[in-house]
Design a protein around this ligand. Structure first.
Ligand code: T5A
Length: 215
């Protein structure tokens, strides 16, 4: 398989992943690099159908069903989008990936981390990110940003936005624990700073990865 570069953005609600994925993508496109921006859950037609069930708090879901849904989404995303784009030599930026399962379903919901590692391996077909950028900030700040965004709209909080603060705290701790365990892959970025400053840190990290890969 020709090797592209796989970059993931992770973090708690409202940490700025979607905004930063777009800014990074644009910066790389300006350098005429082949880039795909994608996301989980979603990123494929099947994934968007799964996403609507997964996030809808009006749809009752057992936590094991929630886990299996997000893994089904990943299995499709990897095989339909990630693997082919990486094989074509592209830079693929994914807004969330398997670390979100460890943080949300593992640290947040309490599933066994070893079991999640095995299930992630199956769903991801062993495709691991080359670099993961965890956008870190206090959960209150992130949730406030998501609330400000929907203020004045009819959009209700989704399944996870509506969770207790303690859940979100465990999720944040999960991301930080992953970063401590895999410092070569995972970089923690202070996401409390202005958008442009966060963007520059992300771009610096990606540029140095591309240089190391002689790209
Ligand atoms: N999930 C997902 C699991 O439970 N398990 C899994 O395995 C996976 C893959 C996905 C949900 O699914 C869960 C996690 C999630 O709860 P989603 O709708 O995709 O749901 O939601 P999120 O990924 O959480 O995305 P959000 O849109 O809520 O947050 P983002 O993408 O982190 O933030 P963004 O860029 O949309 O920014 C939010 C607001 O903040 C502002 C932006 O302008 C925007 O208004 N902002 C800033 N403001 C000031 N300073 C900055 N530096 C800012 N950065 C952004």
């Amino acid at each position: 398989m020709a090797s592209g570069v796989f970059i993931t953005l992770e973090g708690v609600e409202g940490s700025g992943k979607t905004t930063q994925a777009a800014s990074l993508g644009h910066a790389l496109l300006r350098e005429h690099r082949p880039v795909t921006i994608t996301h989980e859950p979603g990123g494929t037609r099947a994934g968007e159908a799964i996403r609507s069930i997964f996030l809808d708090p009006a749809v009752s879901l057992e936590v094991s069903a929630e886990l299996l849904l997000v893994l089904a989404d990943r299995a499709q995303h990897v095989r339909e989008t990630l693997r082919p784009r990486l094989a074509a030599g592209e830079i693929v930026i994914s807004d969330r990936y398997s670390d979100s399962t460890i943080a949300y379903q593992g640290y947040g919901r309490g599933f066994d981390l070893k079991l999640l590692g095995d299930l992630n391996h199956l769903a991801s077909d062993a495709i691991k990110p080359d670099v993961t950028l965890v956008l870190d900030l206090p959960i209150e700040t992130g949730l406030e940003r998501t609330r400000a965004r929907v203020k004045g709209t009819t959009r209700a909080p989704d399944r996870f936005e509506g969770e207790a603060l303690e859940f979100h705290r465990r999720v944040r701790e999960g991301f930080l624990a992953i970063a401590r365990a895999e410092p070569d892959r995972v970089l923690v970025i202070d996401a409390t700073r202005p958008l442009k400053v966060v963007h520059q840190d992300i771009l610096n990290a990606v540029t140095s990865l591309l240089k190391r890969r002689c790209l």
